[in-house]
Write a protein that binds this ligand. Structure first.
Ligand code: THU
Length: 164
């Protein structure tokens, strides 16, 4: 059976302090990421699903880049908030490993990044990077990328000698 996953409250200062300590995030960064991810839901373009997802990314230089899901009349063409945000950050010139990714939705309990986004995140982050997932009540779950995507494939695997 899968282990139980804690749902924490961003209104509980003990929960937030423990998360910040465990994942090496400042209290200010946690609150900024939460607020910016929640705010980013307002720019989601989701007329087909009506399911808003906001995302906030803490970059290597401690700036925050935000984004939201962008859907399309040809449904599979739509893009998740995480990939919109990471693509935006990369094309704004952010090249170092991202430090934290936060996502926010209007449901409860929190939603987690889809499989395709987990792989997309994998390209630009350490396996230990925390992913903060906020629900409609600002309760949250935090897990590391390696928890959401075990035994993953990444850029370093393409460097392994494959013989001649
Ligand atoms: N969505 C995201 O933006 N991120 C995820 O990780 C899961 C799903 C979006 C895609 C689509 O616009 C809507 O949520 C419903 O699937």
């Amino acid at each position: 059976m899968a282990p139980a996953i804690d749902v924490l409250s961003s209104k509980n200062s003990d929960h937030v302090a423990a998360t910040c300590k465990d994942y090496n995030i400042s209290l200010g960064q946690f609150e900024d990421l939460r607020a910016r991810a929640v705010e980013a839901k307002s720019v989601a373009y989701c007329p087909y699903s009506n399911f808003r997802v906001g995302c906030a990314l803490l970059t290597a230089d401690d700036s925050i880049v935000t984004g939201a899901n962008v859907e399309n009349a040809s449904y599979p063409v739509g893009t998740c908030a995480e990939r919109v945000t990471i693509g935006k950050a990369v094309t704004e010139g952010h090249r170092g490993k991202f430090k934290v990714i936060a996502v926010a939705t209007d449901i409860s309990p929190p939603a987690s990044p889809c499989g395709m986004c987990r792989q997309f995140i994998r390209e630009f982050c350490d396996l230990t990077m925390p992913i903060l997932m906020f629900d409609k009540n600002h309760d949250y779950v935090v897990l590391r990328l390696e928890d959401l995507l075990p035994l993953s494939f990444g850029p370093e695997h393409l460097q392994i000698d494959r013989g001649s």
